[in-house]
Write a protein that binds this ligand. Sequence first.
Ligand SMILES: [Zn+2]
Length: 53
Amino acid sequence: MTQQFDCLIEDCDFTARGETEDELMMQIEQHRQGNHPQLDVSEEEIRRNIRTI
Ligand SMILES: [Zn+2]
């Protein structure tokens, strides 16, 4: 099963995909640090937006 997460920022077209939620969390955190350093989103909110595709 593949998990997918679309960035919460509307104009951002970043999508993370991975086999596990932990793998995704790492990609998302890297993306956030590199692109939205001021964005403060809780881990819970990120996990709520992860879908299985
Ligand atoms: Zn983004």
